[in-house]
Every structure is written in C-alpha cells, then in structure tokens.
Ligand binder design. Structure first.
Ligand SMILES: Cc1cc2nc3c(=O)[nH]c(=O)nc-3n(C[C@H](O)[C@H](O)[C@H](O)COP(=O)(O)OP(=O)(O)OC[C@H]3O[C@@H](n4cnc5c(N)ncnc54)[C@H](O)[C@@H]3O)c2cc1C
Length: 158
C-alpha cells in the first residue's frame, strides 16, 4: 500500500494517529488525524480504509479473548505493540461489531527473545512452516535441574 501511495505522489504522514471518523448520515466521509499534536480534518472522496492492525496492545481485550491471559499468564507479542485496537474502536464508532466467537482470536508461533547489547530483547519469530527434514530443525533448550538431569529430548524431524 505504501509503495502504491509513494508511486502516485500521495503524501505519507508518519506518527499521525487517526483519532475519530466523520460521518454524514450513514456514510463515513473523513477523519480527524493528530498531526504533530494538532487535530487535522481529512475529507475522503471515496471512503476510509482502516488498516490499523489488531489489538495486541489492548490489555482489556487480550484478557477478555485469550484464556491464558485470563489465567494470569502472558506471551511475547510480535506485531507492533502500538496496535491497541484503535481500528476496532473507530469501526465500532460507526456501527462495526466485533465477532469474538472464533476458534482462535490470534495466530500463535514460538518466539525467541534475543538479548541486545543495549539490554533490549529482540523478538524473533521461529517459523514452524520452515521446519522440514530437508531444511532445518526446531531446537528447544531447557535448563537442567537436579531432579531432572537429562531433560533434553530430540525434537529434530525424523
Ligand atoms: C512476525 C510476523 C510474520 C508474519 N508473516 C507473514 C507472512 O509471511 N505472510 C503474511 O501474509 N502475513 C504475515 N504476517 C501477518 C501480517 O503481517 C499481518 O496480517 C498484516 O501486517 C496485518 O496488516 P494490518 O494493516 O491489519 O496491520 P499492521 O501491519 O500491524 O499495520 C497497522 C499499522 O497501523 C499503525 N497504527 C496503529 N494505531 C494507529 C492509529 N491510531 N492511527 C494510524 N495508524 C495507526 C501501526 O503503527 C501499524 O503501522 C506476519 C505477522 C507477523 C507479526
């Protein structure tokens, strides 16, 4: 989408969150954007596309929809943590509804947390789809304990 916009000379505003949608009757005709701390009204000629990501940064919603979060556990999130369900809130403000009766509300994958020199943890996705006998193996590392001296089991594809 960015490449198509740049090719057509459409300006991209970074760090400019959408704040609210404008409606005329039942039609969504524009939005208010927070541009450098100032509200700017943008009028849409044809329509407004909400490409605001999911809700990994929304504590209430992830607790409501993820059973392990309700049980007091957590996970490492790969999508931008700034995706705090603004898109859902905006869609709901113009009549959208969240259908949460789904089998799984998120895609799950093993994640490595790789320490960086500055102390940050880089989140690295382990692509399980790339694991095949011909290409690679998934290696799990566990810490040995006195009661479990040899806890490592081969996880290589056979
Ligand atoms: C590690 C990883 C690997 C993946 N690999 C694949 C793959 O191989 N193939 C595939 O098809 N899919 C893949 N996906 C899934 C794919 O990336 C997502 O489905 C897709 O990016 C979702 O697009 P989106 O526009 O809804 O959200 P995003 O790509 O998350 O974009 C949302 C954007 O909105 C911005 N934003 C947030 N709040 C506001 C606001 N208020 N106003 C304005 N902007 C805002 C965010 O900063 C972000 O830039 C992968 C995802 C992850 C996390």
């Amino acid at each position: 989408m960015a490449a198509a916009a740049i090719a057509r000379g459409i300006p991209l505003w970074l760090s400019s969150p959408i704040v609210e949608l404008h409606q005329a009757g039942r039609r969504t005709v524009g939005a208010v954007i927070d541009k450098e701390g100032k509200p700017v009204e943008v009028t849409a000629r044809l329509g407004v596309v909400l490409a605001r990501g999911g809700f990994p940064g929304n504590d209430d919603l992830t607790r409501r929809l993820y059973a392990h979060r309700r049980a007091g556990k957590n996970h490492a999130t790969l999508p931008p943590c700034g995706n705090a369900s603004d898109g859902l809130r905006l869609a709901q403000s113009v009549g959208g509804r969240l259908r949460d009766a789904v089998h799984q509300p998120a895609a799950w994958t093993p994640v490595s947390l790789v320490p960086q020199p500055d102390g940050a943890l880089y989140r690295f996705r382990i692509s399980t789809s790339a694991v095949s006998p011909a290409t690679s193996a998934l290696i799990g590392v566990v810490v040995a304990s006195p009661t479990s001296p040899n806890p490592i089991t081969s996880m290589s594809p056979s």
